[in-house]
Design a protein around this ligand. Sequence first.
Ligand SMILES: [Zn+2]
Length: 367
Amino acid sequence: MTKIAEVLQAVNNICSEKIQEKWDNSGLQWGDVNEPCTGATFSLDVTLEVIDEAIENGCNLIVAHHPLIFSPLKHISKSGNEVERLAYYCIQKGIAVYAAHTNWDKVKEGVSWVMANRIGLENTKILCPESGTLCNVKVLGKSADLQSIRNAWFDAGLAQIGEYSNCSFTMEGWGTFCPSEKASPTLGSANRTHFEREGALEICIPKAKATVAVQIAKEKSSYETLAYSVIPLSNDNDEIGFGCIGELKESMGLEDFLTLCKEQYGCKAIRYNPGKEINAIKKVAVCGGSAVDFVGSAIAQKADAYITADVKYHQFTMADKALTLVDVGHYESEIWAMEYLSALISEKFHNFAVRLTTINTNSVRHF
Ligand SMILES: [Zn+2]
């Protein structure tokens, strides 16, 4: 049977926990990942109703967007605060809870990309590419070794830059090393400095993949000890970051645009600041959840509209007559991404049910 750990690995393959924000607590909230997975329920939030529904459906795993644990729990008991009570209940019932939060926000295909797809944006790219998440991995070795390392990296889907795969650089030169008496060198002999025609092979990859790249290189190298370096880069990473910006197929007037948002995100009502008097909206930026802070990036990239949630009264003025600022609601901006994530995971496993909760966990009501 498939273990819960394997399901969580599949989620990590889509949005690695390693790219979550520092303040975030994505990952396992509680539970035994070595248990066989009897079913997985996907939900935006974990509530008592969602847990009861998971139990009814025989699911022992809940994958949520919003983490439950943010500050350390003092104790886990039936009479504690809400999180402590839910933790107690889940552990008692054998339910593991996992959160994919800012890591699911920041990948292509993630929360904002699902938002963008719903309103049909094209030519999409990340609104706020993150810097400091890339690194340069360089290995030194014989040409034949480098060739097999390069091929294995390519097979593993490493070395991708934008729309270009298999991006690497190789340089030839002379390598030197002097084995000790305890070494078992493939080439050379103890206490003699050996000169060998070698090369340096390098790739630029996300830091989160560096360990895998080095592991592959160690396996493919014929040398006893691999000479390598992993150097952090400050380049922007166009593959990771908050928000998404793209263009509507046809430009549309404000009323049509708001109607499209209402229909596609399932909003009862929309709050917005028209910002500027424009007849046509074409370029649109979106970011799921509370992300009004990125309105500046949307303005800088000349978006006609920016769609997000949780915009406060004074923050609406940040539209600054430059664009139309639209608040579609937190739940409405993000629930679709959980539907999509559950569909992606469902495709990978056929021996247990993967389902989206039918519980509406949105506590906000409109009158
Ligand atoms: Zn959220």
